[in-house]
Design a protein. Sequence first.
Length: 530
Amino acid sequence: MSFNFGDMIEAIERKVPADRIALAHGEETVDWGELRRRSNNLARALIERGLQPGERVAFYAYNSADYLVALMACWKARGTHVNVNYRYVADELAYILADSDATVLFYDARLRDAVAAVVDRSPLVRTWIEWGGEAAPAAFAEPLAALTVGDGAALDIARDPADRFFLYTGGTTGMPKGVVWTHADLNAIGLAVAASQGLPIPENVEQAADFAAANPDYPRTVVGPPIMHGTGLLSAYGALLGGGLAVTLPSRSFVAEEALSAIDRWRANRLVVVGDAFARPILETLDAQPGRWDVSSMRVIISSGVMWTQSVKDGLIRHMPDALCQDNFSSSEAIGMGVSVTTRDGTVETAKFMVGTRCRVLDEHDRDVAPGSGVSGIVALAPPNPVEYHKDAAKSARTFRVIDGVRYSIPGDFAQVAADGTLVLLGRGSACINSAGEKIFPEEVEEALKLCPAVRDALVFGMPDPKWGQAVAAVVHVAPDYDEGAARDDLRARLAGYKQPKLLVATEQTLRAPNGKADYAKAKALAGVG
């Protein structure tokens, strides 16, 4: 059951109705027939311009239907996807192009100035393809629209499930690193999830396409985060893999009204968010304007990458009682570590996850942490796992280790194991605060702060302290009725004294980037902590 992304999409294109909508972005729609034609033509154009199997194809763009058309073409032509954060400036773009050895760059016309600044610094890039502009593309580039014209005939090429997929991740220190996956391993994770939900498991791509075409409740997914990040991109691909619809949002920052309008318009049954940063505005908007949007079609709300407050999940289910909230514990290096599910019939604690069959929590001697022991350990995930970090043998050796004969991915997440075998997440070890020898995980303090009155969001980090070495500093995004005294009283009931913030700064500014990720640099600047 080792599948290639390009083979999977081609098979689904043959089976699903050609007039079923595949992509929606604002007012633009692309049906499956058009997706097939445009991506086949573009894939052929890439090969005609010299793209060889395995060569890297970089994407530097905002959300759009063109992004996903180009992504399908990349896979069909056996290119290796490379994501580039659209917030990167020219120097950062040049670094990614050089580090990944990219030979093709797809980019949005609105980012043309940064691209123009790196053309002479990127000798490996042979093909520059621009989309989205009203004027002619830059002199060094070709327009995407011209390359998607043709008869749309399928490519007659053999593909390999071992074809690669790059996912660049910022990490906590240093320059971004390319996490290298194979198509086969990513698909294996998806199939395992399907099996856990009682869905049929295909033996080949034709069976997979038959299942997708026959499913009346095919995925109609509103993708909240940008598709230049792993959560957004893999969620969009997952919708297409099910023969469904991937809906992306036009605004550069997340707008709750826009997401709710998309759910209403497309009768969406899946929504992808990034924790409270996206989910809380949706809840507040639904509370403020009940009945404005029909959200009764929603069945699954998925979050990945950050913790998601229980009260927000409960509030969303109040508006969408047939939906479940699925909190995925994953990272670019370890997809599928655990999952927490909330429905109207039952809830779980924030940051508490059911341990997957692939997941272990290990102490400093690589021994399993005993459930209920209160001992903290590091999370290790068995295969399927990434191949490596691109061009970083040392980091690969530290993260992907063989224990008891099994190669585990150990990206640095710490947890305890409750008596019932569930994970209680503590946070990423690289961000751990050491205060007079006591280890404090910022995520634990952040989650406690977000439960305080009038606190919308919180970021926590260490600051130098002459007595303790490090002390806890926190910046909270607050509502107008915030009261620090009330927040501290609430916090004292939730956390030990040594975990209490010595510095607590309130702001009405958001603490998140447009993709929902924490902006610690901004928080530290607001707190005056270097």
